[in-house]
Design a protein. Structure first.
Length: 404
């Protein structure tokens, strides 16, 4: 699909460039031809007003007289008198009579005799009727040369734009390719995550249907099915949440929030859970820090960070939560002792379905929490990152703060 999309992109770009470049070159050729014709007619009018001055030996030609020309004067007795014509052979009286007859029969002030490569202009002079003839072969040769040059420019430009459009298509399609790969990976990971709990449910259900299974074991299998179903529901809810974030259907109601109060409430809600596991929860929250954001979703971010610290910290350790003001931003940090996170894992930890510890796949964590947290923080124009040093794993969230 990506390859077809790139081909379509290149075809569209090349079609647009072809039409635009063709129109531009066509207009240039058209107006150049018109300009040369107007210059030729202007020259002929200059010659018609001063027919004899243009032929005086030693007299410089007028600046407007550039093309080969000659003038035919028709006397009152019908005689043909030629003026100029150094470029033409005017000794053929039959030829002169033919072109004069063609001009007089056309009954037009100006025009062209294409079969003779001549342009004419009829004017009255003091000595009678004058017909100025100018050569058009030079114009045609110039236009023809210009057409060939434009064709060469057109082909060369199309080849250049073809290369540019191919390179541009790679750059333009990158986000689409990344989204497509992400979607395929998401489906593959989701299928893999659902496969294991479904296999557990099927195995327990089959054992429950076995008549030889004791009733006590059937209760245990039923409990396993229920527990696994809860895990699957959690996974599906997280997947739906990610899908809504991707589609932009998650509506975040941004309002002024007391970030200090929000973090305090989140910490208090987890304190009992930490105590049950024999862990401590220390917090240092600066007062009066406010942000513009969605309370529900920012609370969800805090929930993900505290839940991860609860699951992956060293048993009996102390988890620290800090919120400080830093210029125009506020920084939240959740630090907990635990196994060091490798540099490779730090790069991938916010990817969907990624778990640094594969052995904890069935502890209720599916690798979606941090991905959801990152999407929420990004929507709030903030950033989230992790750091692992000196036996302590820390997660940081930076958000724009409201002016105090």
């Amino acid at each position: 699909m990506i390859k077809r999309l790139r081909i379509k992109f290149v075809c569209v770009i090349m079609a647009i460039v072809m039409v635009l470049l063709g129109c531009i070159l066509g207009v240039v050729i058209h107006f150049t031809g018109q300009s040369m014709e107007m210059q030729s007619i202007s020259m002929m009018r200059t010659i018609a007003t001063t027919p004899f001055q243009q032929s005086i030996p030693g007299k410089p030609m007028d600046d407007e007289v550039r093309l080969p020309f000659f003038t035919v004067q028709i006397s009152s007795r019908g005689e043909l008198i030629t003026v100029g014509g150094g470029y033409f052979d005017l000794t053929d009286r039959e030829y002169l009579q033919q072109i004069v007859n063609l001009v007089l029969s056309a009954d037009q002030e100006s025009g062209e005799l294409k079969e003779y490569d001549l342009r004419y202009l009829v004017a009255m002079s003091p000595v009678g009727l004058s017909i100025v003839f100018a050569d058009t072969a030079t114009e045609e040769a110039t236009i023809r040369s210009m057409v060939y040059s434009c064709m060469f420019i057109f082909v060369a430009a199309m080849l250049v734009f073809l290369g540019i459009s191919i390179l541009l298509s790679r750059w333009a399609i990158k986000p689409v390719a990344a989204a497509w790969d992400q979607q395929r990976q998401f489906v593959a990971d989701a299928s893999h995550e659902l496969k294991t709990p479904l296999a557990v449910i099927m195995a327990n259900a089959e054992l429950m249907q076995n008549e030889e299974t004791p009733e006590e074991d059937k209760k245990k299998f039923s409990q396993n099915i229920l527990s696994t179903t809860y895990q699957m529901r959690s996974l599906v809810e997280n997947m739906l949440e990610m899908a809504r974030v991707d589609n932009g259907t998650v509506k975040m109601n941004f309002v002024p929030l007391d970030m200090s109060e929000l973090i305090s409430n989140a910490v208090l809600s987890f304190q009992l859970l930490y105590e049950e596991k024999g862990m401590g929860l220390r917090y240092a929250i600066a007062e009066g820090i406010s942000v513009d954001g969605s309370e529900q979703h920012l609370y969800q971010v805090m929930d993900v960070l505290l839940d991860n610290a609860l699951k992956y910290s060293t048993p009996g350790s102390m988890v620290s939560v800090d919120l400080v003001s830093h210029g125009k931003t506020c920084v939240l940090s959740v630090a907990s002792p635990g196994e060091p996170i490798s540099k490779e894992d730090l790069k991938n930890i916010f990817k969907r379905f990624y778990r640094a510890d594969k052995a904890r796949a069935m502890n209720g964590s599916y690798g979606l929490g941090l991905a959801i947290a990152e999407s929420v923080v990004t929507a709030h124009k903030g950033k989230i990152w992790a750091r692992s040093e000196n036996g302590c794993n820390s997660f940081f969230v930076q958000l724009p703060a409201r002016p105090q």
